[in-house]
Ligand binder design. Structure first.
Ligand code: SME
Length: 159
Protein backbone atom coordinates (compact mmCIF):
# COMPACT_ATOMS: atom_id res chain seq x y z
CA UNK A 1 0.00 0.00 0.00
CA UNK A 2 1.14 3.54 -0.67
CA UNK A 3 0.80 6.17 2.05
CA UNK A 4 1.19 9.67 0.68
CA UNK A 5 -0.13 11.53 3.76
CA UNK A 6 -0.98 14.76 1.95
CA UNK A 7 -2.29 17.35 4.39
CA UNK A 8 -2.06 20.99 3.37
CA UNK A 9 -3.55 24.11 4.84
CA UNK A 10 -4.07 25.79 1.47
CA UNK A 11 -5.48 24.46 -1.76
CA UNK A 12 -2.52 25.44 -3.95
CA UNK A 13 -0.16 23.33 -1.82
CA UNK A 14 -2.65 20.48 -1.59
CA UNK A 15 -3.03 20.25 -5.38
CA UNK A 16 0.72 20.66 -5.96
CA UNK A 17 1.45 17.75 -3.60
CA UNK A 18 -1.41 15.75 -5.09
CA UNK A 19 -0.09 16.26 -8.64
CA UNK A 20 3.37 15.15 -7.63
CA UNK A 21 2.00 12.06 -5.79
CA UNK A 22 -0.09 11.21 -8.87
CA UNK A 23 2.92 11.47 -11.15
CA UNK A 24 4.80 9.06 -8.89
CA UNK A 25 1.87 6.66 -8.68
CA UNK A 26 1.40 6.27 -12.44
CA UNK A 27 5.06 6.45 -13.47
CA UNK A 28 5.97 3.62 -15.83
CA UNK A 29 2.51 2.00 -15.67
CA UNK A 30 0.75 1.77 -19.05
CA UNK A 31 -2.54 0.22 -17.86
CA UNK A 32 -5.34 2.80 -18.03
CA UNK A 33 -7.70 1.07 -15.57
CA UNK A 34 -4.96 0.62 -12.96
CA UNK A 35 -3.97 4.27 -13.30
CA UNK A 36 -7.57 5.55 -13.07
CA UNK A 37 -8.22 3.30 -10.04
CA UNK A 38 -5.15 4.50 -8.17
CA UNK A 39 -5.71 8.14 -9.19
CA UNK A 40 -9.26 8.19 -7.86
CA UNK A 41 -8.27 6.46 -4.60
CA UNK A 42 -5.60 9.16 -4.12
CA UNK A 43 -8.01 12.00 -4.90
CA UNK A 44 -10.68 10.52 -2.60
CA UNK A 45 -8.22 10.24 0.26
CA UNK A 46 -6.74 13.71 -0.26
CA UNK A 47 -9.45 16.13 -1.37
CA UNK A 48 -11.79 17.02 1.53
CA UNK A 49 -15.62 17.18 1.46
CA UNK A 50 -16.37 14.78 -1.38
CA UNK A 51 -19.21 12.27 -1.45
CA UNK A 52 -18.33 10.85 -4.87
CA UNK A 53 -15.26 10.90 -7.11
CA UNK A 54 -14.77 9.00 -10.33
CA UNK A 55 -14.19 8.72 -14.04
CA UNK A 56 -16.58 8.37 -16.93
CA UNK A 57 -14.78 7.11 -20.06
CA UNK A 58 -15.59 8.04 -23.63
CA UNK A 59 -16.63 4.71 -25.11
CA UNK A 60 -17.70 5.23 -28.71
CA UNK A 61 -19.23 8.66 -28.09
CA UNK A 62 -21.00 7.75 -24.85
CA UNK A 63 -19.78 8.22 -21.27
CA UNK A 64 -19.42 4.93 -19.41
CA UNK A 65 -18.70 4.64 -15.69
CA UNK A 66 -15.05 3.97 -14.84
CA UNK A 67 -13.13 3.56 -11.58
CA UNK A 68 -14.70 5.56 -8.74
CA UNK A 69 -15.09 5.94 -4.99
CA UNK A 70 -18.44 6.48 -3.32
CA UNK A 71 -21.90 5.02 -3.86
CA UNK A 72 -22.76 2.97 -6.95
CA UNK A 73 -23.59 5.42 -9.76
CA UNK A 74 -25.39 5.66 -13.11
CA UNK A 75 -23.46 3.67 -15.70
CA UNK A 76 -24.05 5.42 -19.05
CA UNK A 77 -24.43 9.15 -19.75
CA UNK A 78 -25.01 10.44 -23.30
CA UNK A 79 -22.91 13.42 -24.43
CA UNK A 80 -24.88 16.60 -23.75
CA UNK A 81 -26.80 15.21 -20.77
CA UNK A 82 -26.19 16.24 -17.18
CA UNK A 83 -23.05 17.94 -15.93
CA UNK A 84 -20.75 15.16 -17.18
CA UNK A 85 -22.40 15.14 -20.59
CA UNK A 86 -22.05 18.92 -20.84
CA UNK A 87 -18.30 18.65 -20.11
CA UNK A 88 -17.98 15.89 -22.72
CA UNK A 89 -19.91 17.78 -25.40
CA UNK A 90 -18.12 21.13 -24.90
CA UNK A 91 -14.67 19.95 -23.67
CA UNK A 92 -15.05 22.69 -21.05
CA UNK A 93 -14.76 22.29 -17.28
CA UNK A 94 -18.18 22.41 -15.61
CA UNK A 95 -18.02 23.89 -12.11
CA UNK A 96 -21.49 23.92 -10.62
CA UNK A 97 -22.18 25.61 -7.27
CA UNK A 98 -25.68 24.15 -6.95
CA UNK A 99 -26.42 21.03 -8.98
CA UNK A 100 -30.15 21.37 -8.28
CA UNK A 101 -30.13 24.56 -10.35
CA UNK A 102 -28.37 22.87 -13.32
CA UNK A 103 -30.89 21.94 -16.02
CA UNK A 104 -30.72 18.19 -16.66
CA UNK A 105 -28.43 17.38 -13.74
CA UNK A 106 -28.36 13.61 -13.22
CA UNK A 107 -28.76 12.88 -9.52
CA UNK A 108 -26.80 9.69 -8.86
CA UNK A 109 -26.31 10.39 -5.18
CA UNK A 110 -28.91 12.52 -3.39
CA UNK A 111 -26.17 13.81 -1.08
CA UNK A 112 -24.50 15.80 -3.92
CA UNK A 113 -25.02 19.56 -3.88
CA UNK A 114 -22.08 20.86 -5.93
CA UNK A 115 -19.98 19.26 -8.65
CA UNK A 116 -16.94 19.78 -10.86
CA UNK A 117 -16.34 17.84 -14.07
CA UNK A 118 -13.03 18.09 -15.91
CA UNK A 119 -12.62 16.77 -19.47
CA UNK A 120 -9.48 14.68 -20.04
CA UNK A 121 -8.35 15.35 -23.59
CA UNK A 122 -5.45 13.87 -25.60
CA UNK A 123 -4.63 15.09 -29.11
CA UNK A 124 -7.94 16.93 -29.23
CA UNK A 125 -9.95 13.77 -28.39
CA UNK A 126 -11.99 13.27 -25.23
CA UNK A 127 -10.65 10.24 -23.34
CA UNK A 128 -12.70 10.56 -20.15
CA UNK A 129 -14.08 13.04 -17.64
CA UNK A 130 -13.09 13.34 -13.99
CA UNK A 131 -16.19 13.97 -11.86
CA UNK A 132 -16.08 15.16 -8.24
CA UNK A 133 -19.24 15.68 -6.16
CA UNK A 134 -19.62 17.38 -2.79
CA UNK A 135 -22.41 17.60 -0.24
CA UNK A 136 -21.38 21.27 0.31
CA UNK A 137 -22.85 23.91 -2.01
CA UNK A 138 -20.21 25.92 -3.90
CA UNK A 139 -17.52 23.52 -2.67
CA UNK A 140 -15.36 23.91 -5.78
CA UNK A 141 -13.51 27.19 -6.38
CA UNK A 142 -11.27 28.45 -9.17
CA UNK A 143 -8.35 26.96 -7.22
CA UNK A 144 -9.97 23.51 -7.29
CA UNK A 145 -10.55 23.97 -11.02
CA UNK A 146 -6.89 24.86 -11.62
CA UNK A 147 -5.66 21.97 -9.44
CA UNK A 148 -7.99 19.41 -11.01
CA UNK A 149 -7.14 20.63 -14.53
CA UNK A 150 -3.48 19.91 -13.77
CA UNK A 151 -4.44 16.39 -12.63
CA UNK A 152 -6.41 15.90 -15.86
CA UNK A 153 -3.36 16.99 -17.86
CA UNK A 154 -1.18 14.41 -16.08
CA UNK A 155 -3.81 11.70 -16.57
CA UNK A 156 -4.26 12.46 -20.27
CA UNK A 157 -1.04 10.58 -21.01
CA UNK A 158 -1.65 7.76 -18.54
CA UNK A 159 -5.17 6.48 -19.30
N1 SME B 1 -24.22 14.25 -11.58
C1 SME B 1 -23.64 13.77 -12.81
C2 SME B 1 -23.86 12.29 -12.97
C3 SME B 1 -22.77 11.46 -12.40
S1 SME B 1 -22.86 11.35 -10.74
O1 SME B 1 -22.63 12.65 -10.11
C4 SME B 1 -21.80 10.22 -10.14
C5 SME B 1 -24.19 14.52 -13.99
O2 SME B 1 -25.14 15.29 -13.88
O3 SME B 1 -23.65 14.32 -15.08
Amino acid sequence: MYDFKIAAADKATLYRDLASALEGLIAGEPDAIANMANAIALIWETVPDLNWAGFYRNVGGELVLGPFQGRPACIRIPFGQGVCGAAAATLQVQRIDDVHAFPGHIACDAASNSEIVIPIVRDGELIAVLDLDSPRKARFTAEDEAGCSKLAEILANAI
